[in-house]
Design a protein around this ligand. Structure first.
Ligand SMILES: *[C@@H]1O[C@H](CO)[C@@H](O)[C@H](O)[C@H]1NC(C)=O
Ligand SMILES: *[C@@H]1O[C@H](CO)[C@@H](O)[C@H](O)[C@H]1NC(C)=O
Ligand SMILES: *[C@@H]1O[C@H](CO)[C@@H](O)[C@H](O)[C@H]1NC(C)=O
Ligand SMILES: *[C@@H]1O[C@H](CO)[C@@H](O)[C@H](O)[C@H]1NC(C)=O
Length: 421
């Protein structure tokens, strides 16, 4: 680090009585130096967030460490027909009909047989008993949008087999869905808050709104329902991708005349990340609880402008994930949406968090999986028209993922980072 201070002070010793402007100059230099140092510390933190915090202090629930230097998010997919899938679709009654692909006629099953293999080490085996023992008398909650709901359901499917029928239940109360393992007095919950902040899309059932509005400084509106949770898993991304500027409400949704400003996607997203980090610091105990954040779930369709995307991965024009049964081979593939700039915002804000938030960096490993989406094999909200039926590409869902499938891997990574950070 540069030390502009030392040269100035040696200069000042030459004068018995330095002129007053020198004090102002020194004060200025000191201020700059302090700011610079802070900046420096923050950027170092951003780089070492995970390592520095987990290497020095033992994180709650940690059993052992993952091998030094192994980035579990950097790796490749390997075929494993022996140990995958980790459960059968028909064995898990909790999967919502939007994700049961086999039941809705998907002809292939290949997408279920892949295991994530990090380059530098191997993932520990997911142990449902260990997870439930750890959750005894505790609450684990997923907070976010439908993709986080998918991960929540995957977690429930991974755990429910070791619990007898009479000792488990699933209930929904408005925005909150609760799976209870009675003999463990443990709950695994999902809370619908697609922006984390208060928004006009917060109704858990009717939330498809074209003009999205998010309210500034409003995280407690939902956050009051997350207090006391022991393991929190956040996500938020897709709802910010409106293709335009985001509407940010300054006052309240009850105001007759709403005070709305428009921000770029990145600035609006930064607002939410900062609120979340602040909420975590004020409400979570770093000695007894853990917080995770799942990165952006990639999509294999364009939501705006050009609707199709297949040329990006070398397919014919006019395609998306429909009829895709193989993954993208190019290890450098990364979709062409806002996710790069959003990732930067996350890095920047998390780097300044005093509470260690564990980042589940699933974007790259999921971006290869154009084969793993629900596509047309799901329950449709509305009956399909003749026109749609004639052109399945037009209504394929290339956002959500079949279960069992990709999201079980996200939970294996969550399991890894929880017990072997
Ligand atoms: C799973 O965890 C439980 C509880 O810690 C332990 O008793 C059991 O041996 C583990 N199973 C495997 C296969 O490692
Ligand atoms: C059950 O767990 C909750 C936390 O989720 C805790 O407050 C309560 O004391 C526990 N009850 C028993 C009987 O252990
Ligand atoms: C689906 O893909 C296969 C090749 O992978 C191709 O032969 C077939 O025509 C495609 N079907 C449709 C309906 O596009
Ligand atoms: C997440 O992973 C991608 C690809 O491996 C990488 O480019 C990015 O920097 C990672 N982000 C963070 C915050 O670690």
């Amino acid at each position: 680090m540069k030390t502009p201070l030392s040269s100035t002070s040696s200069f000042s010793t030459r004068n018995a009585r330095p002129p007053p402007y020198l004090f102002i100059l020194i004060a200025f230099v000191v201020t700059v130096a302090v700011l610079y140092a802070q900046d420096f510390i923050f950027s170092q933190l951003a780089l070492n967030l995970d390592q520095s915090l987990s290497r020095t202090d033992k994180l709650p629930f940690a059993i052992e460490r993952t091998e030094e230097g192994c980035d579990v998010f950097s790796g490749r997919w390997v075929k494993d027909e022996l140990n995958r899938p980790m459960y059968e679709e028909s064995e898990c009654p909790y999967i919502q009909p939007q994700l049961t692909c086999q039941e809705h006629g998907r002809p292939d099953k290949e997408y279920q047989y892949w295991r994530w293999q990090p380059h530098g080490c191997s993932l520990p085996n997911f142990n449902a008993t260990l997870m439930l023992e750890t959750l005894r008398g505790k609450r684990m909650m997923f907070v976010g949008d439908s993709l986080n709901r998918g991960q929540f359901v995957s977690m429930v499917c991974l755990l429910h087999r070791v619990i007898p029928d009479h000792a488990k239940s699933m209930e929904t109360f408005d925005s909150l869905t609760v799976f209870t393992a009675k003999e463990y007095n443990a709950t695994i919950e999902f809370y619908w808050a697609p922006f984390l902040l208060e928004s006009n899309s917060d109704n858990a059932i009717v939330h498809r709104i074209s003009e999205r509005i998010v309210r500034r400084v409003s995280i407690n509106k939902h956050g009051q329902h997350w207090r006391g949770v022991d393991i929190l898993v956040f996500n938020t991304y897709l709802w910010w991708m409106t293709g335009q500027k985001m509407n940010i409400l300054k006052g309240s949704f009850d105001d007759d005349e709403k005070d709305i400003v428009q921000l770029t996607t990145e600035d609006a997203y930064r607002l939410a990340m900062k609120s979340m980090v602040k909420w975590v610091r004020q409400n979570m105990d770093p000695k007894g609880s853990r917080v995770f954040f799942t990165s952006m779930s990639p999509i294999h369709v364009n939501l705006f402008y050009v609707k199709y995307r297949s040329t990006e991965w070398g397919g014919r024009g006019g395609g998306n994930c429909y009829n895709e049964t193989t993954m993208i081979e190019d290890p450098r593939y990364w979709g062409s949406d806002c996710s790069k700039s959003v990732m930067k915002v996350i890095e920047e804000v998390f780097g300044q968090s005093k509470f260690p938030i564990t980042f589940l960096n699933i974007t790259q490993l999921s971006s290869y999986r154009k084969d793993a989406h629900t596509s047309i094999y799901k329950k449709q909200w509305n009956p399909l028209t003749e026109e749609q039926l004639a052109n399945p590409v037009s209504y394929a869902d290339c956002v959500h993922w079949c279960l069992p499938g990709l999201q079980d891997t996200w939970n294996e990574l969550l399991f890894t980072k929880l017990f072997y950070p």
